[in-house]
Design a protein around this ligand. Sequence first.
Ligand code: BES
Ligand code: ZN
Length: 877
Amino acid sequence: MKDATAQTIYLKDYQVPEFLIDKTHLVFDLNDEFCRVRSSLSIRRNPESQSSSSPLFLHGGAELELQKIEIDSAVISETDYQRTAEGLIIDQAPDNCVINIEVLIKPHLNTTMMGLYKSRTMYCTQCEAEGFRNITFYLDRPDVMSEFTTKIIADKQQFPILLSNGNPIDQGDIENGRHFATWHDPFKKPAYLFALVAGDLSVVEDSFTTCTNRNILLQIFVEEKDLNKCDHAMLSLKNSMRWDEQTYGREYDLDRFMIVAVDDFNMGAMENKGLNIFNTSAVLANPKTTTDAAFQRVEGIVAHEYFHNWSGNRVTCRDWFQLSLKEGFTVYRDSQFSADMNSPVVKRIEDVVYLRTHQFAEDAGPMSHPVQPDAYMEINNFYTLTVYEKGAEVVGMIHSLLGDEKFRQGSDLYFSRHDGQAVTIEEFVGAMEEVSGQDLKQFRRWYKQSGTPVIDVTSHYDPEAKTYNLTFEQSCPATPGQSQKKPFVIPIKFGLVGADGRDLPLNNQGDQSMVFSLYETSQTLVFENLQQPPVPSLLRGFSAPVKLNYNYSSDQLAHLMANDSDGFNRWDAGQKLSLQVLNKLIEDAKAERELVMDQQLIKVFKSLLSDHSLDPAMVNLMLQLPSEAQLHEQAEIIYVEAIHRARQFARQSIATALEQQLASTYQRLTETQDYAPEANQIGRRALRNCVLGYLMKVKTVGPELAWQQFNNASNMTDKAAALSALVNCETAQNYATQALKAFEQDYCDETLAMNLWLQVQATSQLPEGLERVQALMEHSAFNINNPNKARSLLGAFCSANPINFHNKEGSGYEFLQQQIIALNALNPQVAARLVTPLTRWKKLPEPNCQLMRDALQQIANHKGLVKDIQEIVTKSL
Ligand code: BES
Ligand code: ZN
């Protein structure tokens, strides 16, 4: 586990595997203190490999207790093989043979949650990316694809349910109250898609009829107490299956699709063939215990993992440098799906906020890397916002460059040509290129160059000639290992908005919106016959993951907010206006000048609240000031207090000036219908809770409303919003204390709701945040071994409570450093993700800058640091 010298893996070093494994037979004999794993591998030398005599190497961790190796039924002795830190070398493996290996593992002691481990009372697995090597010796790389048969043996009473990939082919009782089940997966797959579950689980069943009339059994396995929380996931699953048939022509292939919910899971969910394993937080949903946001997350993740059956499983990755091939594409697919199921504009805005806040920050920091990285030390560190979210944006740009029809043809070609193969991003782009006849050579730079491109746009209107010029200049800041960048191909969707608020025709065809591909460093567009200078609406729908600068006046932004035909840009104009106001306030706060609120923003917000014809979901988004995290991202230097004070001041000013409008909006949106997690209601609740947040700034009014709402809420969305409002309000601490107690009493048996309870307190902006978090670590609802709980309390405090985390004493940093060290030995993946806030140290002023650096250095000095953390800390220092 502990790597003294972590080595770097390079894309350029890729070589095809020397051996292949055609068939894999596994037997898991589960016992209280150990699991005996027997494997039988049909191995042959890869005809495509250059070397014809190299020894056979199988990956395998140090925790595997090797019992026996047989080659073609003959036991081999210890002189015939060598064990290294990484695996097993067998010198004289025949070119064609069957190798039987027996190992013992201790899943109940496995706290890393990679490989086979125990979550509460059940056994489960997580094998992506390199977890299978913790189960047995194997060629644990995605380009080795094999047909798996898996037999599981366990105590029947403790583990009545025994699951693995594919179809059940045999089952029965054996001696000593034990039983077995055998599963066969007809589709070849890499080991990272292997899964096994054994436990005392209840099941919710449904079925789906495919486009070719095949009947698929759908099963969601959960603990009995959670049976009432499966409906939403089941509905989402059926919607996903239908959608993928209709949108991408993808039909499900096996006869059953299973989902298992587990409480202890490093990620959200995993797409194991036919047997998805889900974090309970990503599958369970019930109005009483689950917020709207969590309902939507469940829908998105169920879809995402289901979509992987084609984009990931049927066509998989050759190596982990190709991760975005499956993840970027699948995130793109799940966001298209969620857009179709809900509101496309709202979904787009949410995705862009997430990208701008977190991916842009990653791309500007020490871990910045291309969508296709060219080197890594620990692959788990590369399941990043860049690979996922920016990767999805890149697929989206291909879609907009090709258009709907060609994009679909390209994906059809990609799936049919590479079905059953392990391929590269190049194959994906190649298919798109081939069907469209477009040359995507320069476009490919999106995969290879890191950093967020910047586009500076200037305009010039000539009143004599009645021409209007738009000049676009692109650049990209230097990033680690990449000082010089070549120009990208950047699709910029835009329009020109006239004084009457209507789109002006852009050409003789009368187009009102166009996609312009910027491919040089600088390009100018000329428009003729314009009687007046228009207001340019640029990067509509956020057509490329870039930062676009244009020197808008606040009047122009107000004009776009009111009139732009593009919903995304109406919202974005509001964000730009808010940013201008906030940046001015931040400057004043820094210089300790008096803060004065901009009246235009108030006016704009007032009209948003007064116009009842607007979509509440959009009004909510427009009333959201950029978060502190987003202000941090766009700041040169992060003045935490000034940013916090400026934003709070703006909120206070808005609340005071618009109390009437806010209060009447709150009343107007009182829900009369039964709860449903559908877009309209979600939008109304979001706006109502947004308004409540503002009203908290108005003495007694807000606290009383929030307290009422907390007590009367019929759903968790309203309950949690009220709780959070109270907890964050200085003058409502009496209510806050009572509400926290009541919540705890009502939901003490609901793990996920209690995680929300932890999170609400961890993100309280009131003073003494660290003390609160430290006290909560002693609470029975907390357990550092559970990733969800570690994230809800520690993760939330360190990444979503800047004013407390970045205190001047540095105690927040010291605290985080201690937690990272505590988790280092327990769960490297969770620990490594917690480091992120510290990696931004260069952007903070003194003394914080030095204090953060010290904390990182202390972590670096720790003996026995896992390579997950080593990599991030080293790159950050
Ligand atoms: N394949 C991943 C799960 C995974 C991630 C395994 C990292 C091993 C390491 C899965 O498809 C995934 O991407 N899950 C996401 C959710 C998704 C909606 C983006 C997750 O778990 O957060
Ligand atoms: Zn995924």
